[in-house]
Design a protein around this ligand. Structure first.
Ligand code: NDP
Length: 451
């Protein structure tokens, strides 16, 4: 049987574009369809614009520190329209880079929505049909809002980059990555931020001590964080939205943002008709090679709801090409993935939390929390945390948790050691880089807890 293409990719985000490019570079005839902007969540409405907003939001603290160090400087005001103009120009540039990558590698791209018709055929929004030996679904995910009165007025992380002006006040609902990152960003930009999280502590699933410190630092820097609190409803008023909370209070906010999780983009993709199975949240079910229930159809990235991080989607895309086009079945290694939450301070983490490790085996916990030199000199009360979880039996470092400015950069490097199976003694044998914050990772001598 002959096909139009060896591979048809649905979705032009980080995972889909990488898989398309690498397959085409290996000689496969590849096409890709994207209904929205090339670059997907990460480039257009996620990691990249978010990180640029993080940078923008950190200047007031940096200017205050500069004053404490003897500089005569004044912050003046933040001009959202100047920043926004540059931001969107940068996103346009990056989108063009993504389009260019496809073009220069001979991938035919269609600016269209695609859906499966059968295991080897997709239909584009103009009604044309394309056949392919393999189909890769990389359609990502989208933010979801809970179904409550007035929720249609609220924004999500998708909208934040397009606001005409920054609100004076905002209520952010949720306690995950996105809620906490935007609470810090907007607080840094001078917006009065209130955050409701329904649970006992933000960043559920992460190391208890680490998330506790992030929470304390967020409150200290001005985020009005309400734990054990949720929104009941919101009603539009002249000056904003009147929100009633589960603790009975009412307050008016200029904007309300839901950061209450994301759902896989699997609606109206023709999955059922083609025989592709989905799970409870609508995610595409795949095996360790990203193969779906239909042998010719694979899926990678957030649409599979495994580990929803850009570098993981890219890995999954590369492993897919190795498996399907290079004859080397390559399962994706989802173990010991370092990650960072770009709160202020950042949290970098790899491996098990103290709580998860203790469930697994007897451990030693090494931790130190202190005021780092740079901000202590500026008389800021900020604290940082360096923490290692060590297996009593194997001496391996099972988890490393850092809460500090630059923790994302630090955990990338610590992650190599942890992934290699470094022991506590390997860390100890490494000479400290002095004076740094991360030197504490190799100088902690006595466990603070065992068991
Ligand atoms: P998360 O799933 O991490 O967090 C969702 C939050 O919303 C949780 O605190 C959850 O509470 C809460 N929530 C869910 N439903 C409701 C509801 N009905 N009412 C009130 N609160 C609710 O989702 P995010 O959207 O923050 O992030 C999605 C994913 O994107 C992350 O898991 C991560 O993989 C990725 N991401 C990564 C980033 C990075 O690497 N820096 C940055 C941003 C996103 P509860 O805990 O009680 O369930």
């Amino acid at each position: 049987m002959t096909f139009d293409y060896d591979l048809f990719v649905i979705g032009g985000g980080s995972g889909g574009v990488r898989a398309a490019r690498v397959a085409a570079q290996g000689g496969a005839k590849v096409a890709l369809a994207e209904e929205d902007r090339y670059g997907g969540t990460c480039v257009i409405r996620g990691c990249v614009p978010k990180k640029l907003m993080v940078f923008a939001s950190e200047y007031p603290a940096a200017i205050a520190d500069a004053q404490a160090y003897g500089w005569t400087v004044h912050a003046g005001g933040f001009d959202w329209s100047v920043f926004q103009g540059k931001l969107h120009a940068e996103l346009d540039r990056l989108e063009n880079v993504y389009r260019g990558i496809l073009k220069t590698n001979g991938v035919e791209s269609f600016d269209a929505r695609a859906r499966l018709v059968d295991p080897h055929t997709v239909e584009l929004s103009d009604g044309s049909r394309k056949s392919a030996k393999h189909i890769l679904i990389a359609t990502g995910g989208r933010p979801v809002k809970p179904d409550l009165p007035g929720a249609e007025h609220a924004i999500t992380s998708n909208d934040i980059f397009h606001l005409e002006s920054l609100p004076k006040s905002i209520l952010i609902i949720g306690g995950g990555y996105i809620a906490c990152e935007f609470a810090c960003i907007l607080n840094g930009l001078g917006v009065k931020v209130t955050q409701f999280y329904r649970g006992a502590q933000i960043l559920r699933g992460f190391d208890e001590e680490a998330r506790g410190l992030v929470s304390e630092e967020m409150i200290q820097s001005g985020v009005n964080l309400h734990l054990g609190t949720n929104i009941v409803d919101m009603v539009e008023e002249e000056s904003g939205y009147r929100v009633t909370s589960t603790n009975g209070s009412e307050e008016v906010f200029e904007q309300v943002m839901f950061a209450t999780g994301r759902a896989p983009n699997t609606e109206d993709l023709g999955l059922e008709a083609a025989g592709v199975k989905t799970g409870r949240k609508g995610e595409i079910l795949v095996d360790e090679y990203s193969q779906t229930a239909v042998p010719s159809v694979y899926a990678i990235g957030d649409v599979t709801d495994r580990v929803n991080l850009t570098p993981v989607a890219i890995r999954e895309g590369m492993a897919f090409v190795e498996t399907v086009f290079n004859g080397t079945p390559t399962p994706v290694d989802h173990d010991l993935i370092p990650t960072a939450i770009f709160t202020q301070p950042e949290m970098g983490t790899v491996g098990l939390s103290e709580e998860a490790a203790r469930e697994q085996e007897p451990i030693e916990v090494y931790a130190t929390s202190f005021r780092p030199m740079q901000t202590a000199f500026a008389e800021r009360p900020d604290r940082v945390l360096m923490k290692l979880i060590v297996s009593q039996k194997t001496r391996k470092v099972l988890g490393c948790h850092i809460v500090a400015p630059g923790a994302g950069e630090m955990i990338q490097l610590a992650g190599i050691a942890v992934k290699m199976g470094a022991t506590k003694e390997d860390f100890d044998r490494t000479v400290a880089v002095h004076p740094t914050m991360s030197e504490e990772l190799v100088t902690m001598k006595t466990p603070v807890r065992t068991g």
